[in-house]
Design a protein around this ligand. Structure first.
Ligand code: MN
Length: 251
C-alpha cells in the first residue's frame, strides 16, 4: 500500500516513528506531519498564516515533511502538493493517549484520518490508551495486522476507522470490539492557579467519562478491548431534519 502517515503529536513523536518502523518494509510510507505537537486542535486548518514545509531526516536519512500547521493541513498539503493523489490510505497516529467518546471531536489524530476521507481516501486513526511514556510496539504491530486484513476487505465505501489500543501486555488484551462512539459527557474541571506575578490562570483538564454502556468505545477500551469505531464527518441530524420539515417559520 501507498500510505500517507501523519499525526498530531508532531513528526518526531515516538508513536509515529513506531508506526513507520512497523510498516515501512511492507508498504510505501510517506510522512507529512506537524513540526510540533498539535494535540486537541480538532479539524482546524490554517488560513491566516502561510504554511511552511521542512524536509526532515531521521538517522541521517530523509524521513518526511514537517509542516508548521495542523494535522488536517498536513493531509491537505500532502495530497495537493507534496506526494500527490496516488495513495491508498491516510494513517494517523499512533496518538499518545486514547481518542474515545466526546474526545474524538477534539482529536487532531482523528481529524487527520477524517480529512483523508473528505479528500477521497480511506482514513485510519490509531491511538494508545496511555499518556505517560507508553511503549508503542504492540499498537504498531496491531496496525500492521489491521492493514493486512484490509487487503481482503472490498468496500465501495470510503471508510474512516478510529482505532484505540489499550496499554496492556498483549496477552491481557481481551480481543477486538467494533463499537459505537460514546456521547456521554466528560467530567471536566478547571484548576485555578496563581502565577509567580500573582495573576490567576486556569488549566483545563478532563477527569473521567460518565459512560457505562459496554458497547461504546469508552467502556470497551477500559475493559481491555481494542476498539474499532467507524466514523463519518456528516454532522447532519437526520432525525431533527425530518421534524424540521413540519416547522412553519414566518418571515
Ligand atoms: Mn496527540
Amino acid at each position: 500500500m501507498r500510505i500517507l502517515l501523519t499525526n498530531d503529536d508532531g513528526i518526531f513523536a515516538e508513536g509515529l516513528c513506531a508506526l513507520y518502523d512497523a510498516l515501512c518494509e511492507d508498504h510505501e510510507v510517506f510522512v507529512v506531519a506537524p513540526e510540533a505537537e498539535r494535540s486537541a486542535v480538532g479539524h482546524a486548518i490554517t488560513i491566516a498564516d502561510p504554511l511552511r514545509i521542512k524536509k526532515v531526516k531521521r538517522g541521517n536519512v530523509f524521513f518526511g515533511y514537517a509542516v508548521n500547521g495542523t494535522p488536517a493541513d498536513c493531509v491537505k498539503i500532502a495530497i495537493h502538493e507534496l506526494i500527490g493523489p496516488g495513495i491508498d490510505l491516510v494513517l494517523s497516529g499512533i496518538n499518545r493517549g486514547a481518542n474515545v467518546g466526546i474526545n474524538v471531536l477534539y482529536s487532531g489524530t482523528v481529524s487527520a484520518a477524517t480529512e483523508g476521507v473528505i479528500l477521497g481516501y480511506p482514513g485510519i486513526a490509531v491511538s494508545l490508551g496511555e499518556y505517560r511514556e507508553p511503549d508503542y510496539c504492540f499498537a504498531a504491530y496491531f496496525a500492521s495486522c489491521l492493514l493486512d486484513a484490509l487487503k481482503d476487505y472490498n468496500s465501495e465505501e470510503i471508510f474512516c476507522l478510529n482505532v484505540n489500543v489499550p496499554f496492556l501486555p498483549a496477552h491481557k488484551i481481551k480481543g477486538i470490539k467494533f463499537v459505537k462512539q460514546s456521547t456521554a459527557p466528560l467530567i471536566e474541571k478547571f484548576e485555578k492557579r496563581v502565577d509567580p506575578h500573582g495573576n490567576i490562570y486556569y488549566w483545563q483538564c478532563s477527569e473521567r467519562f460518565t459512560e457505562t454502556d459496554p458497547e461504546t468505545d469508552v467502556v470497551a477500551l477500559k475493559e481491555g478491548f481494542i476498539t474499532i469505531t467507524p466514523l463519518h464527518y456528516n454532522l447532519t441530524s437526520e432525525k431533527v431534519l425530518k421534524k424540521l420539515a413540519s416547522w412553519k417559520i414566518e418571515f
